[in-house]
Design a protein around this ligand. Sequence first.
Ligand code: FES
Length: 104
Amino acid sequence: MADWVKVATVEDVPPGTLKGVMANGTPVVLANVDGDVYALHDECSHEAYPLSDGELDGRDVVCIYHGARFDCATGRNKALPAVRPVKAYPVEIRDGEIYVDVGA
Ligand code: FES
């Protein structure tokens, strides 16, 4: 069952940026790609540093620590040193507020 948690407003995450938030105690990084918002678990699968410390390059979330890349929509690992994906969470926008379902 979906468990939507309000984590931010759209204004908090301008296009081309990342923002780290918490949803029911789970760290989440939001990514705004040209107005579409995505959510990944905010922990790099390489050495568990926050992905929200990094940057968004197109659709890739780039880890600032050692350069791993993840697809912002799926969490798929796209560049070493990460060899595992990170979890992607469903996102909904309601009246300019961002909701994430970390229980899915
Ligand atoms: S902690 Fe992210 S690439 Fe190493």
